[in-house]
Structures are given as C-alpha cells and as structure tokens.
Design a protein around this ligand. Structure first.
Ligand code: ADP
Ligand code: MG
Length: 221
C-alpha cells in the first residue's frame, strides 16, 4: 500500500547542507502499524511530511496505492492527500472558532459532499470516537484527549487508506494517551487503514507491527 523508496532529504542551513533523512526505504500494507521512533531531531516529522505529500523529498520516492506522491504537483498532491491520507498532529490543530462537529465536517466541505451524507459521516465518526455529546462544543471547551479524539475523527472522515500521526500522544497525560492509542488501534482494525506514527512512547511501539528507528536521519535495520 505504501512504499518509501530510497528517500533522502537535505535542508540548507546557512551555507551548509543538512542531511535530515538518508536513504530511507520501507513498505507497509493495509492493517500495518508502523511506529517511527528516534530522538528529537532524528527526522521523524520530516519523514511523515514526505509520506503525506506535504514535502517533496530531495531524492527518492513515496508511492501510495501505486501512485507516486512525490511526482505530483501541489494541486494533485493535495487532492490525493484529501482522499487517501489522514493526518493527526501533536498539537491537535483543530480550528478554534469551529465546533467539534464543524471541525470534523471541514474536509468534506472541501470535497463538496452533499449535506445529508456529511451529517451521517460526521455523526458516525463522533460516535466512533465517543464524543457525539460534544458535537456543539468548541475545542477550548474540551480536554486535550477529547480534542485529539476529534482530530482523529477529522482525519478519518474521508476514509483514508493511511493514517499518519506526528507524536499524536506527546501532549497527553499517560492515561489519556493510552485511550487515544487504543482508539487508533481499534479504528485501524475497523477501517483496514495503515497507521504510521512517530512517538517517543515505548507503549506505542509495543503494539506496532513494525518499529522504524531513526538516528540522525538514518534508519537502523
Ligand atoms: P524530529 O521530528 O525527529 O524531531 P525533524 O524531522 O523535525 O526531527 O527534523 C530533522 C532535522 O532536520 C533536524 O535537524 C531539523 O533541525 C532539520 N529540519 C527540519 N525541517 C527543516 C527545515 N524546514 N529547514 C531546515 N532544517 C530543517
Ligand atoms: Mg518532530
């Protein structure tokens, strides 16, 4: 489903080239859970941004369902992203002035789906993440764990084949982190998506079908 092939990423820092990723190759199938681990600065976010098509790698390629993400132009990449990829961030990234319902609905508005379909999908997902009672609440009226569950519902609204998470539990206390992880695992099984996330959390790694360890942009094998 996902193939990361000999991906390298260079950044210019002042006058010198910083190698943020060196020749990363791996593949993941639907239902797989891949944990990307490594110290701060090891390249985790860079790798996830490349897989999600937010960043074009200096070298190498990423394919999702046989489509090369890295060769698409910006418009094509965002269309593919909306269809195939859900993204969950460390700081939740909800839109503060929109209700939980409207945050989850937002990607469907961009896709111009009919109102009734939108309503059914949104309510179904709010139910799946256990927050249907919070439909009208603003992000500021919810706990961190609840906000992240809303962000997960939003990430899943288009039935993505791949759910990417950049340290999705980093800002949550231990118990809430556990709940969010359990939710992602459950949805992963239900939806048959492929889960790829970066984490410092050994418990997340314990449930992964594969752990990729990064050090200074290189993957241990
Ligand atoms: P992690 O998520 O594992 O903490 P990152 O992927 O954010 O690591 O960063 C990897 C390395 O690349 C770091 O040394 C970081 O400073 C560098 N880096 C990331 N993004 C940029 C950028 N846009 N410009 C320059 N350097 C960057
Ligand atoms: Mg990071």
């Amino acid at each position: 489903m996902i193939q990361v092939h000999e991906v390298s990423q260079e950044f210019m820092v002042g006058n010198s080239v910083h190698l943020a990723l060196q020749n990363i190759t791996f593949a993941a199938a639907s239902g797989d859970i891949v944990a990307i681990m490594g110290p701060s600065g090891s390249g985790k976010s860079t790798l996830l941004n490349i897989i999600g098509g937010l960043l074009t790698p200096t070298r190498g390629s990423v394919s999702i369902n046989g489509v090369k993400v890295s060769s698409l132009n910006d418009n094509e990449a965002s269309a593919l992203r909306r269809k195939l990829i859900g993204f969950v961030f460390q700081n939740f990234n909800l839109i503060p002035v929109l209700s939980a319902y409207a945050n989850v609905e937002y990607p469907l508005l961009l896709q111009e789906r009919p109102p009734r379909e939108r309503r059914e999908r949104v309510m179904d997902l709010l139910q799946k993440v256990g927050l249907e009672k919070y439909a009208k609440s603003l992000p500021s009226q919810m706990s961190g764990g609840q906000q992240q569950r809303i962000a997960i519902a939003r990430a899943l609204i288009s039935n993505p084949k791949v759910l990417l998470g950049d340290e999705p539990t980093a800002n949550l206390d231990e118990r809430t982190a556990r709940e969010v992880i359990d939710l992602m695992l459950r949805l992963n099984v239900d939806l048959g998506a492929c889960l790829i996330f970066s984490t410092h959390d050994q418990r997340v790694a314990d449930v992964a079908s594969r752990v990729c360890r990064l050090h200074n942009g290189a993957m241990d094998s």
